[in-house]
Design a protein around this ligand. Sequence first.
Ligand code: PMP
Length: 435
Amino acid sequence: PQLSPTEAQWLIEKTVDNFTNYFNSGFIDYRKSVTEAGDYAAVEWTGRGATFKDALGRTFIDCLGGYGLFNLGWAHPEVVRAVQTQAAKSPLPSQELLDPLRGMLAHLLAEITPGDIQYSFFVSSGTEAVEGAMKLAKLYTGKSGFIAAVRGFHGKTTGSLALTGKALYRRPPLPLHPDIYHVPYGDAEAVEMQLRIAREVGNDIAAVVMEPIQGEAGAIVPPDDFWPRLRQICDAYQVLLIADEVQTGMGRTGKMWGVEHWNVVPDIMTSAKALGGGVMPVGAFMAKPEIWQVLNENPFIHTTTTGGNPLACAAAIAAIHVSLRERVAEQAATKGEYLLAQLRKLATQYSDFFEDITGKGLLLGMHFKDDEIGYAISAGLFKRGVLISGTMNNARVIRVEPPLVITRDEIDTVLDRLDDTLRSLRVARAGERNT
Ligand code: PMP
């Protein structure tokens, strides 16, 4: 529908002047307004590659990528076509045994996941994938404890939330899953100490759960010996190693899976977000055959009606084909290296604002001296047509997570606009000091 000038003005005020609100609660009003205006489905809100138009027709370069959904860009035509075709045939599942697509997708995943990770269970989100991984670890080991990382993020349902290492999210719905122990991220010796203590005092640990590179925490890359040491330690203490690849998977960090940077094969792995090609919600937890045995023996112990439905599977199958053919992991590696180097140059130039630039591939983090700088830069970029994260409760670290298919020109435009934002922020701050 055409928004009336008042409605359009109202939206602009909501989105631009109250930038934080746009993300926190603004979108609820946004939808209300559009519904009041008439036909919600007719709203133009489209994208291709890394560029999209919002409902007001403003063009943005997407450096948020749906928090890791849009590795293949917005509405990749091949994935869209696969879903459309499937929707016209059999959109939702009738009975798992009749559904060939799950098997095809599982087969593809077995091919592209590290080592002997071979079996998959499909769900519709990252948090469900982590819940499934936790449950599988408990069933297989007969133990219930987990070690996870401070500031790690694994989801917000009560199992995965227990692993998530942030009081802000964990505290309100306490108690969560018991027997969860957090250690500093990137410190393998801390994991070992926790396991040693657990053994000494009689806590049973089923698994260590970590992100290969921490995403939500701000693209934190662990030391190079972290993952290989984790593998050794988990073997020595006979606990499982779970890699949560929900954000790092599907090429994001410059390899198909984050753990491939260190040639480590976890026992259980999760995926979601980009697995659905940015078109359908799809998640999975995957494991080695001997672990999966506990599910094969009791197939009804874990089920979900719509997880791995034909639309989701069609999207994921197409997404994997496109990812391999377009070599998106390599694209992420090359573009990420360039973007990281350019961001580091800017960080040196504006060292009064920046603390650090971190990350790998196209999972990068800009670390600022304080929250205010982060908010100002996020808002400044938004006004200049670049969408990045960095709102909600923490703008001190802002992730830069564009679609892996972003072009070099788009990257350069983003860098120009960031430079411009930084320059005007510096001028504004100098003005404040003078008044
Ligand atoms: N694990 C990781 C590593 C994540 O980054 C996220 C989402 N940010 C999740 C799990 C949860 O995924 P979802 O939001 O789809 O539940």
